[in-house]
Design a protein around this ligand. Structure first.
Ligand code: PSV
Ligand code: MN
Length: 430
């Protein structure tokens, strides 16, 4: 922990003002969990090892096709985004890595970026490729697809961009590439489903062959958008099939928003864990589709059920190493506040899953006792773990009440004086 973004003294002053209240809340929490026979020390150890990566593309204000409403002091480049990530991590201590997206995050000197980032105690998680937009210097267009395009030269360009991501990722110490493609169709009959998938697999094989030995490749599925009739990697089944074909360095990545409403995502988590192909997550929340809303803001119980599967799979030694990453768009909030709250919601869901006693749950399951099984999960979900998370932050030298601290810190106001405003209000509908 570097505490370069926020001084240790400011953090200590905040914590001094809040520790007495926290001690009372924590004592109550300890009594309650002790009565339930829960060993909090083991849970604390697990929680202290937990971290979730921040998305570089989530640090600036997002927008919809109707418009964008930038805020003063927001970052204009990856270095300024890293500064913002450092603020978040100094406050909450569970976000010590950043996921980059190329070519958005291109820089001239990757060594400089790596050093700058590690000077804040941060590192890089998976790098992401963008083959869903055309950039000025491109001689081709991804309008009709990328890795699955009917034109080989366009497929080759998409492959080249992914390989380029790996090379850049190597320079900054990343160990994984996430591939999400926008490829699909808007009209029945527009493409041959089977041939498109063949082209995808062939393109992915070429990318896979360039992966360094310690690297993994994550396949991210999505049923719709920007293609609105069909997508090539539409669901976890297609993702699993491709990951299996590619080999042992290929895994599936679950973006929570990439499912049709009411999909049982926790069950997908369980299946992929069983099949040893669960590689990572893009956390967010949604009400209607790929809404990119803040994690846990709409359905925290669903998030808890996902962590229930992860914790259970880990207990049964079925879980690979999993990369936890956030993928959200913050359209009306300060992205730093949204990311602070989201990371804590994810940590909260994990903490609550650690309160489940799987031996007791199994007893109810064996008796087919539906109500007591559900009640056991609900009991864990209903315990307020806020004092536990606050105590972990306090003990790790982070901040007891991060949102309150951040508001009083006036970060945006300070930054607005230094950061040149690039007033980009572009929308795509007009
Ligand atoms: C696509 O909707 C996605 O979830 C992919 O992960 C992209 O890389 C990311 O959002 C940013 O557009
Ligand atoms: Mn995603």
């Amino acid at each position: 922990m570097m505490f370069k973004a926020i001084s240790k003294e400011q953090i200590e002053n905040h914590n001094k003002r809040n520790i007495n209240n926290l001690k009372k809340d924590y004592e109550f929490f300890l009594k309650k969990t002790k009565n339930l026979g829960i060993n909090i020390n083991n849970i604390k150890k697990e929680l202290k090892n937990f971290s979730v990566a921040l998305p570089s593309w989530g640090l600036g204000t997002g927008g919809t096709r109707f418009g964008k409403f930038p805020i003063a002091g927001e970052p204009n480049n990856i270095f300024e985004k890293i500064e913002d990530c450092a603020v978040i991590n100094d406050l909450i201590g569970i976000t010590n890595s950043v996921s980059l997206h190329f070519p958005w995050d291109n820089v001239g000197d990757f060594k400089e970026l790596k050093e700058f980032t590690s000077s804040y105690g941060l590192k890089f998680d998976a790098v992401n490729s963008n083959t869903f937009e055309d950039f000025k210097d491109y001689k081709h267009s991804f309008k009709f697809g990328s890795l699955t395009h009917t034109d080989k030269s366009i497929r080759d360009k998409a492959i080249e961009l992914n390989v380029d991501c790996i090379k850049k990722g190597e320079k900054i110490g990343s160990k994984a590439l996430t591939v999400w493609i926008p490829d699909g169709t808007n009209y029945p009959g527009q493409q041959d489903f089977s041939k498109s998938l063949d082209r995808y697999i062939n393109s992915m094989k070429k990318i896979y062959s360039k992966l360094p030995s310690s690297w993994r490749i994550f396949i991210e599925h999505k049923p719709f958008e920007p293609a609105l009739y069909s997508t090539v990697i539409n669901d976890w089944g297609s993702s699993y099939y491709c990951a299996k074909l590619l080999g042992k360095k290929a895994f599936c990545l679950i973006d929570l928003g990439h499912h049709l409403p009411n999909t049982n995502i926790e069950m997908i988590v369980s299946r992929l864990a069983d099949m040893k192909k669960l590689g990572g997550f893009h956390f967010n929340d949604s009400k209607y589709g790929d809404d990119d809303l803040d994690s846990g803001s709409i359905n925290p119980f669903a998030l808890f059920l996902i962590f229930n599967e992860l914790t259970n799979a880990k207990k049964n030694k079925k879980l690979n190493s999993v990369s936890y990453m956030i993928d959200q768009s913050h359209n009306i909030t300060d992205p730093i506040e949204s990311l602070i709250m989201s990371a804590i919601e994810i940590q909260r869901a994990f903490a609550k899953s650690l309160l489940i006693n799987y031996k007791i749950l199994e007893k109810f399951q064996k008796k087919n006792d539906a109500i007591f099984s559900l009640n056991h999960l609900k009991n864990a979900f209903n315990i307020d773990v806020t004092p536990l998370l606050q105590m972990i932050r306090y003990e790790s030298g982070n901040v007891i009440n991060p949102l309150e601290f951040y508001r009083n810190f006036n970060y945006r106001k300070k930054k607005s004086k230094i950061r040149k405003k690039k007033f980009d209000i572009s929308s795509t509908i007009l």
